[in-house]
Ligand binder design. Sequence first.
Ligand SMILES: C[S@@+](CC[C@H](N)C(=O)[O-])C[C@H]1O[C@@H](n2cnc3c(N)ncnc32)[C@H](O)[C@@H]1O
Length: 296
Amino acid sequence: MITIKDVFEDYRQLNNVYETQEIEAISLLVINHVTQLSKASIKAFPERELSNEQTEKLKSILIRLKTGEPVQYTLGTTEFYGLPFRVNPSVLIPRPETEELVEWILSAIGERRKVKDQRTKQFADSILDIGTGSGCIAISLKKNLPDAMVSAIDISESALQIATQNAELNTVDVNFIHADILNLQSTQNSELKTYNLIISNPPYVTLEDKKEMHSNVTDFEPHNALFVPEQDPLIFYKAIADFALINLIPGGLLFFEINENYGQETVDLLQNKDFSNIELRKDMSGRDRMVKAIVK
Ligand SMILES: C[S@@+](CC[C@H](N)C(=O)[O-])C[C@H]1O[C@@H](n2cnc3c(N)ncnc32)[C@H](O)[C@@H]1O
């Protein structure tokens, strides 16, 4: 019989792909997922024996991890803003910096709603997330703002399937729309209405950035979620800003997650399009990562 300790040892084979500390964290996550034992109990009882079925699952996950496949895809699940999300290679794995964006959005809405005014009381009762992927932003906003109508667009039908499952998993209603934000003629106009808040974490990785990225991102995560043409890195930001000018109410908010190398360029773009109160924020790692702007 294989014990928990044996699994930790077996998973050291990942040393070609990960640092020691990461291997420890990944092993713990996988054992927790497969056995449903708490992390504390896994650590406290390393001599506990595992069933044959659990051992087989752990082995097959290890084979996938050795190829560099992200652990979240091998488990088919991850956590975002304290909520469970299904993931597969048709959606980007939600990132911690995007949780910071959600936090910022929720606190901005809270501030607006504090103002005693009929117009602001219900502020953000109509929200659109562009490029929703797993649905992580739209679903976590709806979970925290149950009175809001939340819609979400993606070009990828397979991503929308996962996002729909995630809305069910988290028992929220989100209106998912299949559309290409760069070519909106393809969308039935009736599906897109007026919003008072638009958010997007669009593709923003350039070929230059790709050189710096780990292969377990570039080899496994969907390219249409990541990459933009080298000659037009802000293509999505331009299209979404134009869309927001038409579809946001006056005073409505636009939030972007951005490429850390294009903080000032994104601010300039919004300034040139006549947005006001443009604010650039850094993420936990001190990188330019998010922008907020208001439609005049
Ligand atoms: C960086 S991912 C963000 C996913 C998710 N919102 C998140 O924060 O984890 C960008 C998403 O935009 C979608 N996308 C790419 N091109 C698009 C387009 N032209 N129109 C609409 N969505 C698009 C991709 O399918 C992908 O799901």
